[in-house]
Design a protein around this ligand. Structure first.
Ligand SMILES: [Cu+2]
Length: 488
């Protein structure tokens, strides 16, 4: 870690930030308290019953849709058979309400916990268990924050990877070094070439990727250390997808959440072109295309113009390095719903963060010199199955200490042969570097650090706590790939 360099200016800003925080009135309470319930449910996955979890909102639907002005005023009740805590992924609450295992104790079965904090901005977010491997059993749901009435029809699409094998069993088999695919659960890793174009996906998008701009030689990387039995969109497989009625000749806002435990996807809009307008709930200058990458835990907001015709528009998500896919269908009145195969014709290419350099935040960080620069190394391997940060598992972590008010630049250097979707709790950060390239990119909360590559993020330390920084591949996190960034 570099020694901190704190300028007088950043000290002044620190004081101003503290004042501003205490002066903001809390809007929560403007609307009635919302009930959220964690429960177990039975899901039909391709004709077979599966016992999974769910998080249900006051209207009986998964998750919550809120207006920013209402604040976050929620009672979370645990009706599942296991202790749990739910993290509000994409929101930046005070530390004690973040819903991670450091910020508060788990809620016992039958218990409940209240949350109340402001919602400073709108966005497509989600919620998920932060205990053990519960998220892999679908303890996750959308968390949509609007700013006023919707401008157009909105469709939420939540992606999952699903196995009939219990996630603990999958993890044990990974840890035991099992590398053959037996029934469901664990498979030998797929190899993919880094810096490779994306066949079958939108050429216009990939043509402007970073290519070999870093001068990197093409090399083999590991993809997908787990094979799943099914990929779900809004809990359904492609043989019986959700069909969403949409108006002909009108725009639709797709809010896509990658809630998968261990899968990066490519979104394929098929015949229509979309405009990507937000990533991780944070607005970006629109990017036009038909294929978009979405790493684990990330979100994409895409506006589509539905043709003025009787039509059906499949929105497909295909797993990187694999043929497995899922999706939903948008259909206008009279549109004929096509039969959709659950596998694509060819493996989708690796997700390599090509999109990242093209993204420009609508509301970037204020220009300011970083008062502190920190580097962490993403370490570990599939065999033996050990994923760490700076060579340390979470229980032996070395927290990164920063100071309130600082602009921090955090560089994550990936020394492994897999990509890692890295999530920092409690903050939105700006992506400012990928490999050797510097740029002013998107505001995000989760960024994919490609294999043997690096990503630099910048953020302002304005929300004190000991904030988890972890890989959002759930099995990597469970193996120990988590540390913290802390300040008071
Ligand atoms: Cu990882």
């Amino acid at each position: 870690m570099l020694a901190p360099r704190i300028s007088r200016r950043s000290l002044l800003q620190c004081g101003a930030a503290a004042l501003a925080m205490s002066a903001v009135p809390r809007a929560a309470g403007a609307a009635p308290k919302r009930d959220l319930t964690v429960e177990t449910r039975t899901l039909d996955v391709a004709g077979r019953a599966a016992r999974v979890y769910g998080i249900t909102g006051p209207d009986g639907r998964p998750g919550l849709t809120l207006d920013r002005s209402q604040g976050f005023d929620v009672r979370l009740t645990n009706k599942a058979d296991v202790p749990t805590i739910v993290h509000w992924h994409g929101l930046t609450p005070p530390f004690a309400q973040d819903g991670n295992t450091l910020s508060q104790p788990p809620i016992a079965p039958g218990g409940s916990m209240d949350f109340a904090f402001d919602l400073p901005r709108a966005g497509t977010h989600w919620m998920h268990s932060h205990v053990g491997l519960q998220e892999a059993q679908l303890m996750a749901a959308p968390l949509i924050v609007r700013d006023g009435p919707p401008q157009m029809q909105e469709v939420v699409m939540v992606l999952h990877d699903f196995s009939f094998a219990h996630p603990e069993e999958i993890f044990e088999r990974l840890a035991a070094g099992e590398a053959t695919h037996v029934g469901s659960g664990v498979a030998a890793s797929k190899k993919g070439m880094m810096r490779m174009p994306m066949p079958g996906m939108d050429g216009g998008m990939m043509a402007q990727g970073d290519g070999d701009a870093d001068g990197d030689m093409p090399m083999e990387m590991d993809l997908n250390d787990i094979t799943f039995d099914a990929y779900l969109a809004n809990d359904r497989t492609l043989d019986d997808p959700e069909v969403v009625p949409v108006e002909r000749g009108a725009p639709v806002r797709l809010r896509i959440v990658n809630a998968a435990a261990a899968t990066n996807f490519w979104i394929d809009l098929g015949a229509v072109t979309g405009r990507l307008i937000a990533v991780d709930g944070m607005d970006v200058a629109p990017i036009v295309g038909r294929g978009f990458e979405i790493a684990i835990a990330q979100r994409l907001d895409i506006v589509l113009d539905v043709p003025n015709a009787a039509t059906a528009l499949p929105i497909i998500a295909q797993r990187e390095g694999d043929v497995g896919r899922t999706g939903i269908v948008l259909a206008t009145p009279g549109g004929e719903i096509p039969r959709l195969a659950q596998v694509g014709d060819t493996d989708a290419s690796p997700v390599l963060s090509h999109l990242e350099r093209r993204l420009v935040a609508r509301n970037p960080l204020e220009p300011r010199d970083a008062g502190r620069a920190v580097t962490v190394y993403l370490t570990g391997a599939m065999s033996p199955y050990a994923w760490t940060i700076d060579g340390r598992a979470f229980e032996n972590r070395a927290p990164t200490d920063i100071a309130m008010g600082e602009r921090v630049e955090l560089t994550m250097v990936n020394r492994t042969m897999m990509s890692h979707p890295m999530h920092l709790h409690g903050h939105h950060f700006q992506v400012v570097g990928l490999g050797r390239a510097r740029f002013a990119g998107a505001m995000r909360d989760t960024v994919l650090v490609p294999a043997m590559d690096s990503v630099t993020i910048a953020f302002d330390a304005s929300n004190p706590g000991e904030w988890p920084l972890h890989c959002h591949n759930l099995y990597h996190m469970y193996a120990g790939m988590m540390t913290t960034v802390r300040y008071v």
